[in-house]
Ligand binder design. Sequence first.
Ligand SMILES: [Zn+2]
Length: 137
Amino acid sequence: MWKLLNERLPTDDVLCIMGFYLPSKCGFCNNLESLHHTLLKCEFSKAIWRFFEGLFDVHYAGDSYLQHYLSSWSINSGSTLLGVMHKLIIPPTMCWNLWKSRNKLKYEDIISTRQQVIAHVVADLKPCFPSFPREFS
Ligand SMILES: [Zn+2]
């Protein structure tokens, strides 16, 4: 998460800044790849975020800067169990699973569907919250 928040994950744009000149391509949609695009703005990622926003009643009307978006999950979340999930668990779990899907596609040519990524996020959240997502439906 530190690398993500400090924009140090090796996306194509970061590798270019480091001197590696590679063709930049988001594996999900073929646009130029950047951290913000791949984890937030890409239609593939957006659809997954929207699913969990709906599930957890998260509303975000700000800009599309990734760090701002991630912090929006903690706004009005309070100190309840759901609030703790909003702040500490769901956004990193989402980012981790999107990053894993990106890497599987980029390096192993394994395509993940949106439903598979959602299922992985739910599976990762279940050990902390055994009744998830039933209790939120
Ligand atoms: Zn994309």
